[in-house]
Structure formats: C-alpha cells, structure tokens
Design a protein around this ligand. Sequence first.
Ligand code: SF4
Length: 427
Amino acid sequence: MILSGKKAAYITLGCKLNFSETSTIRHSLENAGVITVNEKEEADIFVINTCSVTDVAERKGRQVIRKIIHHNPDAYVVVVGCYAQLRAKEIMQIEGVNLVLGAHEKFKVEEYLRFYDARQQQEPHSCDIFKLGNFDLACSFGDRTRCFLKIQDGCDYFCSYCTIPYARGKSRSATIRQVVETAKSVATKGVKEIILTGVNTGDFGRGTQENFFELLQALDKVEEIERFRISSIEPNLLTDDIIHFIANSVRFMPHFHIPLQSGSNEVLRLMKRRYPRELFAEKINTIRTLLPDAFIGVDVIAGMRGETLAYFEDAFSFISKLDISRLHVFPYSERQGTKALEIKEIVPPTEKHQRVEALLKLSEQKLNQFYARFIGKTRNVLFEEHHAQGMIGGFTDNYIRIEKEFDASLINQIVPVTITPELLGKD
Ligand code: SF4
C-alpha cells in the first residue's frame, strides 16, 4: 500500500500505556506521510488499540471494531494491543479486519501496511510473548500538555487474576539514559508534565542493572520538565527511599497511585499479591507523615473468587481506616488461563455488584473529605489544551481536577488557583 497522503484515525481503549503506544504508532505513520484525522472523519486506515484487562474491556473492543467496520466498509482496519496479542484468531474472524498485530509487531504497523496485499489470506501477526526481550519506548508527545512516557513493559508477578503478563510478556525497561533523553526532547516541544507509565513501573531496571529510584534521581535533574508523576507503583516496590525522595523533590508531584486490590490478607494470598495489608498501611502512613497534602489513589478489586462475605467486610473495614483520597474499584473479572479459576468459591453477580457499590460509595466519601481540606487553599494548576463546552481544565500539583471558564492564555501554563467548590471538576 502506498501510504503517503492516506488518512488514518486512531482509537485507544484501556490504560495510559496504550495511550502512549498509540501515539508512537501514529508518529511512525505520520513520518511515512500519513495524515492523522479524527475517528469520526473519513479515513483510509483505522488503528484500534485494544485492552484485555477484563471481559468487559474485550467486549468493548469487539463492539468498537464492528462499529468502525460498519461505518467505514472500505477502510483498512488494524487491531493492536493486549486483546490482539491474546485473542488474535478471534479478532481475525470479525469480517472486515485486515491486520491483527501482537505486542511487538504493533510498532511495525507502518511496515506491515506498506507491504499489505489485500489478495493474500490474512494472518494475525504475533510473537511468542515470553520470548519477547526487547523494549519499545513509547511516548504520547503531541497529544497534550501532559505526556505519558512508557519506561517499562511486561510483568513477572503473575497475580492469580491477571492476564497482563500473557499479553505483554516479561518485565523489561528502557535505560535511564533513554528516558532522560526523551524527557529533554519532549520538553523542547513545550511539554511541562511527564507521567511515567509502565505495567509494573516500580520494576524498572530489570535486566539493565539500574533501578527505579536511580531513574527518579536522574529525572529530577531534568530542569526543562516542571512536573513528573508516577502513574502507578506496586506497594512492595514503593520504598521509603522513594517516598522520602518525592517529599523532598520539587519536580515529582505529591501524587501516588498504589494498587492494593484487597484489604483482606486471605484474599491477597488468593490473589498471589506480594505484600500483606500491614505493609500497605505502613506505606500510607509514611506518605501522610511526609506529604500530608498528597493525593493517594488506590485500586481495589471486588468479588474475587474466594472472597467470602467475612473477608470482604474485613477488607472494607481496613480500607475505611486508610487515609487515602480515592478508590478505583474494579469488579473481579473471570479471565481465561488464570490461576484464579482454580478457586472454587464464586461470588454471585448481585453480591459482587453490591460490594462494588459499597466501595464506590466509600470512595466518594474519601474524595469529598480530601477535596474539602483544600477549599480556600491556593495550589498550582497546569491547564491543558483540551477544553470542552467553553471550559478549560487542569490538575493541581496534588491531582485535584480544576475547571474554569475557557481562557486561551491559560493553555499549558502553570498558575496558582484558589480552590472553591465551583472550580472542582470531574476527572
Ligand atoms: S502486578 Fe499483578 S496485577 Fe499488576 S500487571 Fe503484574 S500480574 Fe497483573
């Protein structure tokens, strides 16, 4: 296929990592002369970057693929991402899909399209995920004021409910030098904030004789970037050294996202998580002592196989006492090929739903309490390019979403804002 002059649209489902990878794919096609258009416009090529974290995510992926094909019957449809790596053959069976590319091949979309021959019987292209050793750096520069920079990929943890290690392979990462150079390079394009992303971010440096703490220290010297955040870090990898370092850093924002998954030690064991809840509570206490204003987001899964009512109630009571800002609640999802399927006790769907609802309510209370502490206080907000319905939005250093009437002079500026209830936005 001759690519120059063709139009392509990109759809990203799932996490920030996918977001950064879609950007990298888009840049490779733009370098080949492909024009980027909005997904609602007419396009010759559609690249759909899928997610596989739950069965709902996969279903949504199939729906999006079908919808795109329905509205654009003549377009080339390329499907990449975790769902594409895990269920390539299933996706190829959807009539109208032209290419399915796995975890490594997705970064060669341009090459595959260039040599695409519609007359050939189409095959999914994916590698043996556990043989995948090379790291493909990705960065979302060009999309926003904030840039998602992928520093690590894959995971060696094999939590019993999770398919990500099968979709993304072994833990591997960029080098500190590569990350620092990329940070400096995006700074020249006007980016002010970088969010470090990965599957298991704190595991950075596996196989390269470097570690995550050293990476943070190196990035802290990149004066061209005003703000850094860590997208998420496993509690057992969030060392006291890292917390102390962030507390004393000007560039690393007081913002943590830590997956707990369950507040019951019995359920944590069933999940094959690598810490007891006491360690989690210690981390939260250390953060609160050193960074009292920090935003702390916590992931929790409700209704895991084996989570009895007593375990859930114990977990709920533990989480209620944690001084955190918000919960990200996920209903447990049955995933083909995972160890969790060997656990016999299943939580019925209605019960699972009630547990999700209870946790969401708790999260709302915690978020309101957190926000209330900052009413009348002044914090620095980085306003983003994205604005909708006459509004412009951005985040404070400690991750409070602020929205105000659109003012073009605020775009990509860090300005002090005195927080009022009216300015609190929804992120
Ligand atoms: S740490 Fe556990 S939940 Fe997170 S990606 Fe690895 S296996 Fe999945």
